[in-house]
Write a protein that binds this ligand. Sequence first.
Ligand code: NDP
Length: 486
Amino acid sequence: MTINPNPTASHFVNGTYIDDTDGQPIEVIYPSTEACIATINAATSEVIERALVSAAAAQAEWAQWSGTERGRVLRRAAEIMRERNHELSVLETFDTGKPYQETSVADATSGADALEYFGGIAATLTGEHIQLADGNWAYTRREPLGVCAGIGAWNYPTQIACWKAAPALACGNSMIFKPSQTTPLCALKVAEILCEAGLPRGVFNVIQGHGDVGEALILDPRVDKVSLTGSVPTGSKVYAAAAASLKHVTMELGGKSPLIIFGDADIENAVSGAIMGNFYSSGQVCSNGTRVFVERKIKDIFLKRLQERLTSVVVGDPQDPLTNYGPLVSGQQLAIVQDFVRKGIDEGARLVAGGSRCQREGFFMQPTVFADVTDDMTIAREEIFGPVMSVLDFETEEEVLERANRTEFGLAAGVFTRDLARAHRIIAQIEAGTCFINSYNDAPVEVPFGGMKLSGVGRENARAAIEHYSQLKSVFVRMGDLPSPF
Ligand code: NDP
């Protein structure tokens, strides 16, 4: 079956595809060939208004459904996503350039997990009964927030749409989702599938556009909550705009996470962790462990095995299931990454692998490893969001802990060691929201995901996400007469 990446129309509003050709055209570029594979239009103010009106109207009705009924729709959508996994994975590869070998196991499948998980707990979302003195009592109602705006980054377009939609919808909210304009295709499929699963019209809408469209949603009084996945600079702008009307926010932002490898670690697993934490999705993963601290006594063997393992990289057509390494998402991202590599070299880091653009069409960048990196170098301080690993040496546990925490970010962290007491001791002191012991970058939906410090506000996934898509109403009930001074 040939899959045509061209969407039916640019937006999905009130249960149907719509377009407005007055909107600024946006070309969708396939990162592997640099060819334009689709053209869509940014949302005009009319499209934004239609989305807001339909999301507000639909939310009132959706919130009246029982949790069981809402959950059934989400679980049905999860099943449809799994049935269509091949088609959705091919589309994800067109949208992002990530190899099909990855997208077929990590994108629609992860989205389906979120829909299934939150579909499963929708019926269990209850308030509580609180007994008080004198026979009085109170109860709490868990209520939806209202209309949520979801704004996505370009690295996991299907997953991000589902991670935001699933808990929001389970709680009885509606959502208007704005994908990144670098990857606008996949969220439309999520909307289509939710509708096919029985979601009432208008509960989940997708509108396209750049930051200004996102901003229009944030500033609108009909929007009650904003959930952003993006960079720290965008996060602080969006957080500030949301604060003007005290909207609820979830911020999933960038990172520069430490991955600490002790001398007693299983070297092959540690190398696997460093590869998963730096080169999966060509390094375009927010939680990546890009500061790889390696205990000095195993540095040489670690680097040797890493270089050997990198010879198994298969660069090629990302739609070929044998390809295990794809291009960066855009020419702009490639230029950003190349600039960081130049800075690494200029500031004295030792290039031990990669460092160049691949000699072929597409935005391919070699997996790049720098050794002898020091904490003050730009590549050790700033988020690169590409396939660039910085290896830093350390001697002691106290030293590495202090250096690992010396960053404004706090998204993720990992430790490889056979000494589990040490692993837990380190993790307890690490300033990061999502941590791994002898593993890296697992993101099962059952586990809360999110950052500390500049890396974020709130949590996605798990029951923790429910707290960020619902609010409690407390109701005091008096059983006897009400005493009063007058
Ligand atoms: P950006 O911050 O550039 O953009 C994120 C989204 O925000 C896009 O849809 C963008 O629109 C939109 N946007 C930009 N400006 C505004 C504004 N003023 N108001 C409202 N919306 C706005 O991030 P990228 O897309 O470049 O993604 C990469 C970043 O995302 C990295 O920093 C990465 O670490 C982070 N990220 C974090 C994750 C997490 O879970 N913590 C997961 C994945 C990525 P458009 O681009 O269409 O113009």
